[in-house]
Write a protein that binds this ligand. Sequence first.
Ligand SMILES: Cc1cc2nc3c(=O)[nH]c(=O)nc-3n(C[C@H](O)[C@H](O)[C@H](O)COP(=O)(O)OP(=O)(O)OC[C@H]3O[C@@H](n4cnc5c(N)ncnc54)[C@H](O)[C@@H]3O)c2cc1C
Length: 442
Amino acid sequence: MSTQCDVLVRGGGVAGAAAALLCARRGLAVTLVEPGRSAFSGPFETMVASAERMLQRIGIADVVVAAARRDPMRHGAAWGAPEFVWRDGEPPGLLLARGAFDAALRAAAVAAGVRVLRREPADVPASALQFDARGRAAHSGAAPVERGPSLLAVTVVGAPHAGDAGTATVEATADGWIWTHAPDRAHAGAAVFVDGAHARRAGLSHLVARQLAAATGPARRLHGARIQHATDATARLAAPVAGVLRLGDAAGTIDPLASQGVEKALAAADHAAAVAAAAVAQPAWRERLYAAHARWEAGLWRAHGATAQAWYEREGRFAEQPFWVGRRRDLPTPALPAVDAPLTVAPAVRAITALVRAGADFVAQPGFVHDGTGEERSHVGFLPLAALLSLFASPAPLAAAVARGGADARLFVLPPRAVHAACLDLLRSGWLIPAVNAAGNR
Ligand SMILES: Cc1cc2nc3c(=O)[nH]c(=O)nc-3n(C[C@H](O)[C@H](O)[C@H](O)COP(=O)(O)OP(=O)(O)OC[C@H]3O[C@@H](n4cnc5c(N)ncnc54)[C@H](O)[C@@H]3O)c2cc1C
């Protein structure tokens, strides 16, 4: 059988299976290669309820909800203080038995026309788009562009204490933190998170035992439970590879603290499918669209990194311990230039026909590119970029420029604070710079 296809997806985990499904729904011929090498973090993963809005928007909520089950566990955390705070009253998220969950996504992809193979086919057309959704396996041997502090997840399993059944807890300890799932039936599992370098010095099993013994919640009752495996859970942003679109964990792995890796993989599948539809319709756009996807993944990865760091900083009890010292040094927040000095448009910004996401698709429309980052934009939110940049045609402090916006018919549809926020976004992302810097560059 020939492998004529528009898109070849390597890796049929969450990101790859969902991308294959969404591409097929857009009428593309898709081949998905899944060799069955998945290595899951533990018996279950969870997805927070707030993710379901995004799943509805990308049209995959029905498939995801049918492949999972409503999370019946009571969720609580002891973070920043020894007492557990229970998230009672919040809507339940989803509980994912990952092997079965991924298989259900692949089955939905097959039903939509995707061909699933266990091995790479030999006759892939040169024109086919190549997606890399191999998860962490895609990072092996290549240095990341950016990375978080070393994080090792050690999975232990054991019989839950009767009083703990039906709970899911996160608990910070002096040596790291512990995610414990004690479902009402089957085994309890805990992911014990430690610093990789610290584990090498102190001995992994010793450090895990010490952490379980120091816990005060359900994890304490797993002291002595069997270590099943250890996974490198360090947050890593992979370097882009020419001619390949990386998505999900293959593009960037995030700290598991927020339980959002699956949500990120599904959002990436939607973005990748929009890229695929546009690149098949307009082959000349392919590399620009791949670059846009890589920037999108990097932006999401950095946003997750900032959130994880904020969480680590909320735990002040163990600030001097090696694990927690290591979490604080990461991701410095860049200082924003003063907004009361005159600002101007960066010399790297020029007008082009930009490729931008509009609803479910990519379209070409009048816009701008930042030559330093390659980013193409036509709007900031709902505000036309041309109108925003024209406020700084002659250098102006932020407040004066926003006041000028009140006289521009393209901008006064939204309140001045929206114009102010859009200008701050442009300043943060280097599209606006202090006029004194621009003069220095000339
Ligand atoms: C300890 C831990 C706990 C976590 N808990 C949660 C949680 O509770 N909730 C959550 O949302 N996220 C959680 N995550 C993150 C989540 O597991 C990942 O973000 C998610 O699995 C990413 O999906 P993916 O499809 O990108 O990659 P993966 O799920 O890793 O899928 C990659 C696929 O590629 C295939 N593959 C491998 N090599 C090849 C090859 N050479 N060719 C072709 N295919 C190949 C594999 O078989 C696999 O099916 C956790 C992560 C860790 C480490």
